[in-house]
Design a protein around this ligand. Structure first.
Ligand code: FBP
Length: 305
């Protein structure tokens, strides 16, 4: 399965790098199931990754950010696995040459249900068997886990191969960087504001955290995974349940975070314990270093460290 993801990732990496030359920048004028204006690369990315997964013969159905409904794979209804994916994360970055990514999580199919039955997907992230992401940036990196640690592979464009570049990635216990859209600061719950105030105030032996926010979850998470720190997207008046989608953003990255010794939380509970009840469901997210996420949780629950 990772081979097919890698194959899709190579095609996407090539097309993204020359999108401005082949008319693949800009909007298509439609909105996806969660109301986001769709970019041409969103649609292209979805087509490429759906066919990459479908061609494996292992996938019975697919949930994608760019598909309103569950898509059964013709002729593979009895295949063993289900895919949840965000074919193009950070799509607000496509036209400004910013980092973007693809996120995927794989669940075992429930044998007693039709492949496209929503109950197939009303699962917890802990039931995933594989999860990962591809980041298209200064280099193209594929990072995934099959439940035994996290490994990163960098695309050698000349060879056209993803080569092992990050062996057994371990997320530092805490960092010195946080990623959040602080334009919502005044709208956030007081406890979240106290958390940000605490993070950005130097303390004995621990400097103030710096803000880095790329506009792409994959890119901010990748930094946290390698160098420590956390990304969070709490509820705000415009996003009552936060912005990120459980099945194809929070759960796959939560799987990777935990496999690397990090953590992922909604503030109230472990992301991987949340059972989905809708395929495009949103949840609040705090993800990254285990101590930083624990600090976020204590502020959300008790309003203090
Ligand atoms: P999509 O681009 O796949 O919709 O992902 C959501 C996302 O773009 C994240 O990658 C990013 O961290 C966040 O939303 C940015 O949201 P905002 O513009 O509200 O800060």
């Amino acid at each position: 399965m990772p081979n097919q993801v890698a194959f899709g990732g190579k095609i996407l990496a090539r097309e993204i790098s020359r999108a401005a030359l082949i008319g693949k920048l800009g909007l298509v004028g439609e909105r996806n199931a969660t109301g986001d204006a769709q970019k041409k690369l969103d649609i292209f990315g979805n087509e490429i990754m759906v066919s990459a997964f479908a061609d494996t013969g292992f996938v019975a159905s697919i949930v994608s950010e760019e598909l309103g409904e569950i898509e059964a794979v013709p002729g593979a209804e009895n295949a063993d696995y289900l895919v949840c994916m965000d074919p193009l994360d950070g799509s607000s970055n496509t036209d400004i040459n910013g980092s973007i990514g693809t996120i995927f999580g794989i669940l075992p199919r429930r044998k007693n249900l039709p492949a496209a039955d929503p109950q197939q997907y009303y699962r917890t992230g802990a039931e995933q068997v594989v999860a990962g992401y591809i980041m298209y940036s200064t280099s193209t990196v594929l990072v995934y886990s099959i439940g035994h640690g996290v490994y990163g592979f960098t695309l050698d464009r000349d060879l056209g191969e993803f080569l092992l570049s990050h062996e057994n990635i371990r997320c530092p216990r805490h960092g010195k960087i946080y990623s959040a859209n602080v334009s919502h600061y005044d709208e956030w719950d007081t406890r979240i504001r106290y958390f940000v105030d605490d993070l950005t105030r130097p303390k004995a032996g621990k400097g103030a955290y710096s803000l880095r926010y790329t506009g792409a979850l994959v890119a901010d998470f990748h930094r946290c995974l390698l160098e420590g720190g956390l990304y969070f997207y709490p509820p705000d008046p415009g996003h009552k349940n936060g912005k990120l989608r459980l099945l194809y953003e929070c759960s796959p990255l939560g799987f990777i975070a935990e496999q690397a010794g990090g953590a992922a939380s909604s503030g109230e509970m472990r992301i991987l314990d949340i059972q989905a009840d809708a395929i495009h469901q949103r949840v609040p997210l705090a993800i990254g270093s285990v101590e930083d996420v624990a600090l976020y949780d204590s502020f959300v629950r008790e309003g203090r460290a």
